[in-house]
Design a protein around this ligand. Sequence first.
Ligand code: FAD
Ligand code: GLY
Length: 383
Amino acid sequence: MTIPSTSAAKPAVAIIGGGVVGLSIGWRLAQAGCAVDIYEKGTAGAGASRAAAGMLAAGVEAEPGEQSLLPLCRESQRRWPGFAAELEAASGMRVGLRQEGTLAVALTRDDVEHLRSTYEFQRGLGLELHWLHGAAVKEREPFLNPRTSAGVFSPADGQVDNRQVCAALILAFAKAGGRLHQRTGVQAVDIAAGRVRGVVVDGDLRPADAVVLAAGAWSRQIAGLPAGAMPPVRPVKGQMLSVRMDPANPLLRHVVWPPKCYLVPRLNGTLIVGATTEEKGWDESLTAGGVLALLEAAWRALPGIEELPIAEMWTGFRPGSRDDAPVLGPAPGVDGLVLATGHHRNGILLTPVTADSIAELVLTGRTADVIAGFGMGRFGGGG
Ligand code: FAD
Ligand code: GLY
């Protein structure tokens, strides 16, 4: 990919979408001296990046059929501590990185068999995981149901406070000289003679040497994209809720995955209960069935939850791609257009590796080895 710059040294870049993906790429490029404009149709960080649980779960979330995604997830997980430290220093904010490991737990005999088969599959991928008997699980998390009969401990899996990450990225991006335009939707990408010219906002061309499409689940809604550059991304709805624990005496200290839900304790006492996975298009309703299923699964694993006040309930749209892996790389047939979307269930985890690799691509034209298998080429002719 070639990206001519209009300024003396670095390309001017327009980024479509102010979620964790667009903000982190923008921060990296602004740090490198580029003139960067991020266009966000609503409020930055209020899309999937706000809805997420913030788990950095390369291990326990590894699923059959997603083996090729694992090296990317593990590499990004490895980069998180350095990324968080740098972001905290640049923004002056804490981002709540916690690395005490994650527990997947089983209650019934059926759950134990299922957990064992997942454990064997994940261990076969080379992941460090430890099988625990019920007593050892309850030693780590004493408020879990006394019937908890087994668990798997994943030391490498942790969490970050995704809402704090977005807020910190907004600050760090501005401090690095970037310009964030909120409530400013991009209508179209302007392309002439196979090269991007910029983006169209309010009917006007805003020129740029490079354009990064980071519009999450909305990435197909931008006009002007040729068919071969249209990422195969769709909204995958998730319902979530949170309850308030006593931060001085929390019911949980690790991220815990019981059957049919996950539980994510924050340092401030918030306990997140997630999440449904639904193919319902752009339906953003909270449903009785969705909330009931989450609360029931959480209550079975952690009976003490029934005393806790509900803090919040919400929905979000994961940007799901055809193979559940992100779409990262140059857009075929359009010089200067870069795709960074489709992060599905792992966008928070994949933030550091996405930001570094896409910034490198824009600055040098080189596709880093770690993202080489995640371009549009794998879909064989567009989405
Ligand atoms: P978004 O945050 O959705 O940002 C895209 C932005 O683009 C939006 O702000 C939108 O307004 C803007 N936009 C759209 N169209 C335009 C336009 N035309 N012009 C300008 N702006 C536009 N990931 C993890 O790693 N760990 C988790 O624990 C986790 N849990 C999750 C739980 C739920 C319920 C959900 C929904 C997701 C979860 N994810 C998790 C996934 C993660 O949230 C996403 O993969 C990630 O946030 C995607 O980031 P993004 O910046 O691409 O998308
Ligand atoms: N990664 C958790 C979720 O997408 O619900």
